[in-house]
Design a protein around this ligand. Structure first.
Ligand SMILES: Cc1cc2nc3c(=O)[nH]c(=O)nc-3n(C[C@H](O)[C@H](O)[C@H](O)COP(=O)(O)OP(=O)(O)OC[C@H]3O[C@@H](n4cnc5c(N)ncnc54)[C@H](O)[C@@H]3O)c2cc1C
Length: 320
């Protein structure tokens, strides 16, 4: 693991563009013939449009998150038809789990997988509800992220940044926007990818890199000379913040904005940082999802929840 950022960030990327940079290098150096990635449709910047990019320009056209469910595996048939033998797939955990299960059927000589962590994805309508209830100007949002300072940062078309504290979210109205698949997901960190690039385990402004195997190392080495890096750090204790998040999610508690802002400031000062922030985010989502399964799909609970997630959940007191 390490924290990294591009010395020269790619303008308009989600963070500094490490994902796009690796994909471009892999094409340019001939390691792969194509890259499965997610562009947007001509009409809607947030409507995902999965493609097989064959040039760096097509990869760069896919930069920035389309924070909605994307049917990435629809392009698998095209891979078989194209006769490609070497492929890079960029994707979130559920896409990669499905891909791994059919990997042997694709007739590839080499498959590289560049993953991102992912949580709380939504349908396009769900995203609109989130933007409409949370941002001061939903139609001009070009990019947003749930940041390590416990605020959502919305970037608008004019370049301005709007910050809304997590604790001020209208959770009572937003309870149903998350996709049912995300409410039962325990693969936040994309464990089947070769290399994972996120942000939540890194200091603010940096990206968080997890190299999972030799293939992932090979991929990261392609851009090492374009990166500043530093070791990961960890500070604080997440447990209390996670415990408090459980009833907040469960009951849809919404604080008045002044209290939410105050809480955001306090928690930013004393709250978990670096890897401990990542653990906060993982644990609070795993407890929420475990509770969701326990209440709505009790017959599937035992078989569906992986052992590592059960260990995480066992650290907290859950309501009935
Ligand atoms: C839906 C979603 C949720 C995320 N949640 C978290 C999180 O909770 N914690 C965390 O640390 N990181 C999360 N990430 C990863 C993080 O936001 C950045 O994508 C990552 O750090 C890469 O940044 P970058 O600047 O290198 O990416 P860029 O160079 O801008 O490239 C972004 C890549 O994302 C791909 N992409 C865009 N939309 C989708 C989609 N809907 N499905 C699959 N792939 C897509 C594109 O193909 C593109 O190649 C999430 C990413 C997505 C797509």
């Amino acid at each position: 693991m390490m924290a990294a950022r591009k010395q020269q960030p790619i303008e308009g990327a989600q963070w500094t563009g490490i994902v796009s940079a690796i994909a471009c290098e892999m094409l340019e150096q001939g390691l792969v013939e194509g890259v499965v990635c997610v562009q947007n449709t001509a009409e809607d910047r947030f409507q995902p449009f999965p493609v097989i990019a064959r040039t760096p320009a097509e990869v760069l056209a896919a930069k920035v998150n389309k924070p909605t469910l994307s049917p990435n595996l629809n392009v698998l048939e095209q891979i078989e038809q194209s006769g490609m033998k070497r492929l890079l797939v960029i994707g979130v955990g559920c896409q990669i789990q499905a891909l791994r299960s059919v990997e042997q059927e694709l007739g590839l000589e080499k498959l590289y997988i560049l993953g991102t962590p992912c949580v709380d994805n939504v349908s396009r309508q769900g995203l609109q509800k989130f933007l409409d209830t949370t941002s001061r100007s939903p139609e001009t949002v070009v990019h947003y992220e749930f940041m390590q300072d416990f605020r959502i940062h919305f970037k608008h078309e004019d370049g301005s940044i709007e910050k809304v504290p997590f604790f001020g979210l209208k959770t009572n109205q937003l309870k149903d926007v998350f996709a049912p698949s995300c409410m039962s997901c325990f693969d936040y960190v994309n464990s089947l990818a070769d290399l994972v690039v996120g942000y939540m385990g890194a200091p603010f402004g940096w990206q968080w890199i997890v190299v999972r195997n030799q293939t992932g190392k090979e991929m990261l080495d392609l851009v090492r000379d374009q990166l500043d890096t530093q070791p990961v750090m960890s500070k604080g204790d997440r447990h209390q913040a996670v415990q408090q998040s459980i009833p907040a999610y469960d009951k849809g508690v919404t604080l008045p904005m002044w209290a939410a802002k105050l809480m955001g400031v306090v928690i930013e000062q004393i709250g978990p940082k670096g890897l401990e922030y990542a653990r906060f985010s993982i644990d609070s989502h795993f407890t929420r999802n475990y509770l969701n399964l326990k209440r709505n799909y009790p017959q599937k609970l035992e078989q569906h929840v992986p052992e590592y997630a059960k260990k995480i959940v066992a650290q907290y007191k859950l309501p009935e």
